[in-house]
Design a protein around this ligand. Structure first.
Ligand SMILES: [Mg+2]
Length: 283
């Protein structure tokens, strides 16, 4: 039991590396060449000593402490340092949006990422021991099990009252759109967080953007991601191209909220707000 617990993240890391190699191999690169040219998804330092890094089990405990969940129940505390930090970002956003003055004719709008920007997935991190698995994650998504990130519902409600269009932009697949909408707003299933309903765009599109299968890409994603491996958008290309599409329909994205730098890079927003998330990294 203990051995399984300790080894799970290691298996996940090896799987991620193998996927990178397989993608390159599929692009017609020879296997040996692919192995030598494959790069890890995360570029970071090489520690000179174990003293340069935090022991992984100790780090997990530090994260539990940060979320005010020292015993790992899966429920974060309202008075945790995590909740305070997230609330602080939400309050900064509220203040900024309330002072913003439109210029030009575009409708002012905000864009919100979903996981760990609008919905807090701490319960799933604890359940999975920080080893993402699409099958078990889908149980949490489809069961609509996620509470809101502290401060973010009030921020979005205030923005809506001030006339902002509210758009959500997530890497979750289209198949999870209804469950995502239900968890964010209110549908009587699982947790209902009470976010404003996504604004319907000027062309009739719904304002919750989920990531389509590559075969169903709209033209703006096909064009933006033609040079990505297999034509599949990287997160930065998917999100920045979607924001550009929103702008093309007559909106000024005044603020873009995300927990990953890949949510925030690529422009097409006047200002970005970074929510705290020490649990995973999505390049
Ligand atoms: Mg996220």
């Amino acid at each position: 039991m203990t051995i399984t617990f300790l080894r799970a993240p290691r298996r996940a890391a090896v799987a991620a590396a193998a996927i990178t190699v397989a993608v390159l191999g599929g692009a017609g690169v020879g296997w040996a060449a692919a192995v030598t040219t494959a790069q890890p998804a995360i570029q970071t330092i090489t520690p000179r000593s174990e003293k340069d890094v935090t022991n992984l089990d100790v780090l997990r405990q530090q994260l539990r402490n940060y979320y005010g969940d020292a015993l790992g129940s899966g429920q974060f505390a309202a008075d945790s340092n995590y909740a305070k930090e997230a609330s602080h970002v939400a309050a900064d956003g509220t203040r900024y949006l309330s002072h913003y003055r439109s210029h030009g004719h575009a409708t002012k709008a905000i864009v919100l990422d979903v996981d760990d920007t609008s919905l807090a997935t701490w319960n799933y991190e604890v359940f999975s021991n920080w080893a993402y698995n699409p099958t078990t994650n889908a149980d949490y998504v489809n069961g609509q099990k996620f509470p809101a990130v502290p401060g973010m519902v009030a921020m979005a409600q205030a923005a809506e009252r001030e006339g902002y269009a509210i758009f959500f932009l997530t890497g979750r697949p289209t198949s999870q759109e209804q469950a995502t909408l239900g968890n964010l707003t209110a549908d009587g299933v699982g947790v209902d967080d009470g976010f404003p309903k996504p604004t319907t765009l000027s062309d009739g599109e719904d304002g919750l953007f989920t990531k389509p299968d590559v075969t169903a890409y709209p033209d703006y994603l096909k064009a933006a991601c033609a040079d990505d491996p297999g034509g599949k958008c990287t997160t930065i290309h998917y999100k920045s191209a979607t924001r550009a599409h929103i702008e093309s329909l007559g909106y000024d994205i005044v603020a873009n909220f995300g927990d990953q730098y890949s949510d925030l890079k690529g422009g097409h927003a006047d200002k970005t707000f970074k929510l705290p998330n020490p649990n995973y990294y999505l390049p």
